[in-house]
Design a protein around this ligand. Sequence first.
Ligand SMILES: [Fe+2]
Ligand SMILES: [Fe+2]
Length: 193
Amino acid sequence: MSAVRERARRVTIRQVLDTAIELEKRTMALYVAFMRAFTSPAEVRNFWFTMARHEAAHCGFLTLVETIIESDKEIAQTRVLFDPGVVTRLRSLLAAYLREARGKVSLERAFEMAVDLEASELEDLVADMLKVVKSPEWRDRAIRLLIHDLGDLSYMVERHTKNEVLLARADALLERRRGGLARPASAAKARKA
Ligand SMILES: [Fe+2]
Ligand SMILES: [Fe+2]
C-alpha cells in the first residue's frame, strides 16, 4: 500500500465511531485478561480492574455520542481528519498483544503493553472528533473521561519493576496527557486558526 493512501483523510464521525468503539473494547479485553492473570497482590489486580473500567467508560461514552449523532444529522455528517495508519497500527498491536496474553506474560511485560497502547493516538483521535461537538463544557468533560489517570500506571511500573526505560516512558506519557488537559480550549482553537 502506498504511503499516500495511508495518509490522513476526512471521514464522517459515524465512520470513526465504529472503529473507536471496536478498539476500546479490545483494549478492555486485554486489561481484563491481565486482571485475571495477576490476582495478587491486590493493588495490582485492582489496577488492571480500574484500567478495564476506564475502557468500559470510554465505550459507554462513545455509545452516548452515537446516540447524540443519530438525532443530529449535521454533526453525524461532519468530517474529521482521520489517519487510517493510526488505526491499522493499533489494531495489529492489539491483535498481537491479545494473542500474547493467552500465554504466560510477566507483569513487567503487561505494563509495557499498557504503555504502548496508552501511547497510541486513539484517545487523541477521539478527542479530536469531539471538537465538532458544540458545547465546550460537555466536550471538556468528555475529554477528561477519555483520559485515564496514567499516574497509576507510572506508580505501578516504579513499584513493581526495575525497568527505568519503561518508567521514563510512563512518566512522559503522563506528562503529555496532563499537558493536553491543561491547554485551554480557546488556546487550542487559536492555534488551529
Ligand atoms: Fe480507551
Ligand atoms: Fe486506555
